[in-house]
Design a protein around this ligand. Structure first.
Ligand SMILES: Cc1cc2nc3c(=O)[nH]c(=O)nc-3n(C[C@H](O)[C@H](O)[C@H](O)COP(=O)(O)O)c2cc1C
Length: 183
């Protein structure tokens, strides 16, 4: 199973980066597969650690896509780096091995610290739609325009039926980002 998370890494100068990534978990290990090139990939190679942030507020994904990544953060306890202050939980991981690949290498990371911060209040369909919209947004350059428009239309229903104020605002932001990108 793949879990959609926000990964936080730092570069060799300690500058933080947040980015959405789907991760796989097996026992005490997290697998991260970043496409080449990405800041997360470079940081993982250089500093060999990351925090994996579990969230239920989909606006973090939207803000990453539109480049507003100045999130509130706290220092990690067992690795060099930061976790999202508003995460429900986070894991601190260190890279144990890298399966090299010129398109998409795979990082096997050991969890060295696990922390829970807030209660998970339950699933919300609108938030699921927002994550799907972010996936579309991150692939606008490779997907066909007709497909994107059809998918966007399919995602509208859960938004209209189940979104709160924050989700409605996020929907307008990500929709206009996508429509602008495929103009
Ligand atoms: C929900 C979600 C999951 C994603 N999962 C991955 C992934 O597993 N691998 C990947 O290379 N990109 C993934 N992406 C796209 C990256 O977030 C995107 O390429 C981003 O620009 C990388 O940021 P960085 O260069 O700051 O590391 C995902 C995007 C979203 C919205």
């Amino acid at each position: 199973m793949i879990f959609e998370t926000i990964i936080s890494t730092v570069n060799s100068e300690g500058i933080v980066n947040f980015a959405p990534f789907g991760i796989k978990k097996v026992k005490n290990f997290v697998y991260i597969s970043p496409y080449v090139p990405s800041t997360t990939l470079m940081n993982l190679e250089h500093t060999r650690c990351a925090s994996i942030n579990y969230i239920d507020d989909a606006s973090f994904f939207i803000n990453c896509i539109i480049g507003k990544k100045n999130f509130k953060k706290e220092k990690c306890f067992k690795i060099k780096g930061y976790f999202l202050k508003d995460a429900l939980a986070h894991d601190e991981v260190v890279v144990q091995s890298i399966k090299e690949n010129r398109i998409r290498p795979k990082f096997k990371c050991k969890i060295v610290n696990k922390l829970e911060h807030k209660r998970f209040e339950g699933f919300n369909r609108a938030r699921g739609s927002l994550i799907e919209a972010c996936i579309l947004a991150s692939r606008v350059k490779i997907l066909k325009k007709e497909y994107i428009l059809k998918e966007l239309n399919n995602l509208t229903n859960p938004i209209e039926k189940t979104a709160g104020i924050k989700e409605k605002k996020s929907w307008l932001i990500i929709k206009s980002f996508i429509l602008n990108a495929i103009k």
